[in-house]
Design a protein around this ligand. Structure first.
Ligand SMILES: Nc1nc2c(c(=O)[nH]1)N[C@H]1C(S)=C(S)[C@@H](COP(=O)(O)O)O[C@H]1N2
Ligand SMILES: [Mo]
Length: 388
């Protein structure tokens, strides 16, 4: 049998942190992540479940639109670009398993299955494309039809049995004029690369990135969600008491909007950083990171603590101006953290973000532990060691 991985992209950046090779799953180096509001395409995280499909050609590519109540049609890339107004949005996408490592490293003795993502399975870009809403309207969608509840997407990538990657989103999000769901062909002003879905992908801002289907093959309106494995039996969260022996996948909804989260990118988590006091009574340490929330909830604040959360210091935010409810992009933050007078020895720095719906982050992993290790948003933590 032909190796399905023979024809994979060759332009993958060597600095990416590879979590699996075939299929390629790789994250941005954490120390580069909070350097710029827009993540450079070359180092944007890559999450592939299956082999990247053969390079689809601009000229022969067509998108199939159909399903309940829609006129069935095929649209070429040219049709999409000519017939519909083009839009550019700035949005962060985050893998549902971002920061899974923090759940895996938590005290639970039970098994989490999944790639050990650290904090960089997330990135922000400008995305250019046409509105899914406009394409659905042109195909004659009846918004008042109560039986149309989900918009299904299918990718061109397939496993050895020929079944393709797929996902769906609620029709309310797809049709929201301020929901900004795109069929995107450009990322940061450049044609999508093969790894990021060339020639066309869905981009669902505010929603778990597993719904932003790459190498888009078809769109369908339907009463039910996508039947794909990834909609039905994956990317769901459960109570900490559910494990691989007793999980009932039908008992929990597919994740759409994601919870508010943040990460510390500098100093790097996972090792102790020695800081010399040098006789200085007033000592500060620069701590940097990102914060993001789903559902269009922009970040309003990031707080930092060095006493386990008893007292907090304000971080300074850097963010792109977006309308309330359309806060699709992350905020980068920085704090000159004050180390208490006279303190020497180890000290932990923690952070938490708050979004515009006043959601904030849980301190500990135990309450949000789940068997797939999704939606990890505990307080990020780093350790300093203050020496005289
Ligand atoms: N067709 C297809 N679309 C897909 C995937 C995939 O494997 N196949 N992975 C999804 C997941 S889980 C994530 S996190 C994002 C990652 O997008 P990126 O690789 O462009 O960063 O794509 C989503 N879209
Ligand atoms: Mo993902």
């Amino acid at each position: 049998m032909k190796n399905p991985y023979v024809d994979q992209p060759t332009d993958r950046h060597p600095s990416l942190g590879v979590r699996s090779k075939e299929p390629l799953n790789a994250e941005t180096p954490l120390e580069l992540l909070a350097e710029s509001l827009l993540t450079p395409n070359e180092i944007f995280y890559i999450r592939n479940h299956l082999p990247v499909p053969m390079r689809l050609s601009d000229d022969t590519y067509t998108l199939r639109v159909g399903g309940d109540g829609l006129k069935s049609r095929r649209l070429s890339l040219g049709d999409l670009k000519k017939r519909f107004k083009q839009h550019t949005i700035v949005a962060t996408i985050q893998c549902t398993g971002n920061r899974r490592k923090d759940l895996m490293d938590s005290p639970s003795p039970k098994e989490i299955k999944g790639l050990k993502w650290e904090g960089s399975a997330i990135g922000t870009a400008t995305w250019t494309g046409v509105l899914l809403r406009d394409v659905l309207i042109a195909a004659g969608i009846d918004e008042s039809d109560p039986n149309i509840r989900h918009i299904r997407f299918e990718g061109h990538d397939e496993d050895i049995t020929g079944s393709t990657y797929g996902a769906s989103i609620p029709v309310s999000k797809a049709m929201d004029p301020r929901g900004d769901v795109l069929l995107a062909f450009e990322m940061n002003g450049k044609e999508l690369s093969r790894d990021h879905g060339y020639p066309l992908r869905v981009l669902v801002p505010g929603v778990a990135a597993c719904r932003s289907v790459k190498w888009l093959k078809s769109i369908e309106a339907h009463a039910e969600e996508s039947e794909s494995f990834w909609q039905q039996n994956d990317y769901k969260s459960f109570s900490p008491n559910v494990d691989w022996d007793n999980v009932d996948w039908t008992s929990s909804p597919a994740i759409q909007n994601m919870p508010v989260t943040s990460a510390i990118t500098e100093p790097a988590p996972g090792r102790t950083h020695v800081v010399k006091r040098d006789g200085d009574d007033h000592l500060t340490v620069t701590v940097k990171g990102y914060a993001w929330s789903g559902g269009g909830n922009g970040i309003v604040r990031v707080d930092v603590s060095v006493d386990g959360g008893t007292t907090w210091q304000d971080a300074t935010l850097k963010k792109i101006d977006q309308q309330p409810g359309r806060g699709w992009a992350w905020a980068l933050w920085e704090c000159e953290v004050e180390i208490p007078k006279g303190h020497t020895g180890p000290i932990d720095v923690v952070a938490k973000a708050m979004d515009e719906s006043c959601n904030t982050q849980p301190e500990r992993a135990e309450g949000i532990w789940n068997l797939r290790g999704v939606c990890c948003n505990t307080w990020p933590r780093i350790r300093l060691d203050i020496s005289d």
